[in-house]
Ligand binder design. Structure first.
Ligand code: KDG
Ligand code: MG
Length: 404
């Protein structure tokens, strides 16, 4: 038995807010888990500190599945982003410990490498099409084989996916309330095919092109957009409609052959069961940190494999380097891997998170260090206190709230 003797929560903001769980064992081995839930960080920190950490003390760190079941079923209340992010942090920290004790990188414990590297897509963006094209060129020059393209929409001041000059995060400045953006579907629907067409026209078809709608369309609108984009041969169209309405994807599917990717807001296999078993999507985008850790993510991916759905884990910058490392170990080992999002982390994140993954020719590799291959510098973390921030809210021209 390897006894857990401490479980501590670190809240730090090196470039953006991150919540990290540190689990310490009686042998002095430490495991790290990411508990960041963008804009709701302190809810997960409190859930862990008040309700989960005390339950971990004295338990066997090796019994990952048992602890997962204990925290999930034992709470009685099921699922939800706060609970599942907290459970994920514990789960990932325990896999880290198991790998360190075994002297093996986590992917070896998951069955070993099923591929040599993890195909990633980068985030190209611009305030307008000209800026976007310059950014796509930068990614292709750096050897990326897959690029997500987002551009400002004419007539709209701000749009999701455009970080703004000199920034690498999508959220606006700190504050007690979210910033409010204007949203108008009609100009976006006219503009998106033109924008993605311009990317293909300039750079051709020799790389994978992706686009994120970020849940903003109705099923009929999404079907039309998917059809309009068919000539541009997208790798995927992401979150075309609000993800929680699984039925809606039937309608989208009936109208387009553009591949669909969904799942960054899901927390469990139950959230995506219909999408997978009815083959309504092509890629499942659940993440290690928001969908119950490595243990539960593997279950979702195994279900997806049965139905020909491939993986495409969420990997925005608000998932910490601990999450990205964990995702890479899963990506390397599952048979139905598709692609991994790789947005990178705004500095000074690297002062706090010391990582060992490497990027080469468009592929990431988690490295060969025992465990996850990421360590957290607690002294450095203490230099970056929590900084309240929210994702923006969208309002239509008439003032009503729209999906962001
Ligand atoms: O916190 C929310 C972000 O992670 C999300 O808006 C990013 O949609 C996103 C993506 O595809 O990375
Ligand atoms: Mg997205």
């Amino acid at each position: 038995m390897t006894k857990i003797i401490a479980a501590d929560v670190l809240v730090t903001a090196p470039g953006r807010n991150y919540v990290t769980l540190k689990v310490t064992t009686d042998e002095g081995v430490v495991g790290w888990g990411d508990a960041t839930l963008n804009g709701r960080e302190l809810a997960v920190a409190a859930y862990l500190r008040e309700h989960v950490c005390p339950l971990l003390i004295g338990r066997d760190a090796h019994r990952i599945e048992d602890l997962w079941q204990y925290l999930y079923k034992g709470a009685y209340w099921r699922r939800g982003p706060v609970t599942m992010t907290a459970i994920a942090a514990v789960d990932v920290a325990l896999w880290d410990i198991k790998g360190k004790l075994a002297g093996l990188p986590v992917y070896q414990l998951l069955g070993g490498a099923a591929r040599d590297g993890v195909l990633v897509y980068g985030h190209a963006s611009g305030g307008d099409v000209a800026e976007l094209l310059d950014d796509v060129a930068r990614y292709l020059d750096r050897g990326y084989l897959a690029v997500r393209a987002q551009s400002g929409v004419p007539g709209l001041d701000k749009t999701y996916g455009i970080p703004g000059a000199g920034q690498t995060v999508y959220e606006p400045a700190s504050g007690a309330r979210p910033h409010e953006d204007l949203w108008d579907t009609a100009p976006y629907l006219r503009f998106a095919p033109e924008m993605l067409g311009a990317v293909r026209e300039r750079f051709g078809f020799g790389f994978h092109l992706l686009h994120d709608v970020h849940h903003r369309l109705s099923p009929a609108e999404a079907g039309r957009l998917g059809r309009d984009l068919e000539p541009h041969r997208l790798f995927w169209l992401e979150d075309p409609t609000p993800a929680e309405d699984q039925e809606a994807f039937r309608l989208v599917r009936q109208h387009t052959t553009t591949p669909l990717a969904v799942g960054e807001v899901f927390n469990s296999v139950w959230d995506c069961r219909q999408l997978i078993t009815e083959r309504l999507i092509d890629y499942i985008r659940t993440s290690v940190s928001h969908a119950g850790g490595i243990t539960h993510l593997r279950r979702i991916f195994a279900l997806a494999e049965l139905y020909g759905v491939r993986t495409g884990s969420h990997g925005a910058g608000d998932l910490s380097p601990v999450s990205l490392s964990a995702a890479l170990h899963v990506d390397l080992s599952v048979p139905n891997f598709g692609i991994q999002e790789y947005m990178g982390h705004a500095e000074p994140a690297s002062e706090v998170f010391h990582t060992s993954y490497t990027l080469s020719q468009g592929y990431l590799h988690p490295g060969e260090l025992p465990g996850l291959g990421v360590e957290v510098d607690e002294a450095a973390a203490a230099n970056f206190p929590y900084d309240p921030k929210y994702l923006p809210v969208n309002r239509r021209r008439d003032g009503s709230v729209h999906d962001w």
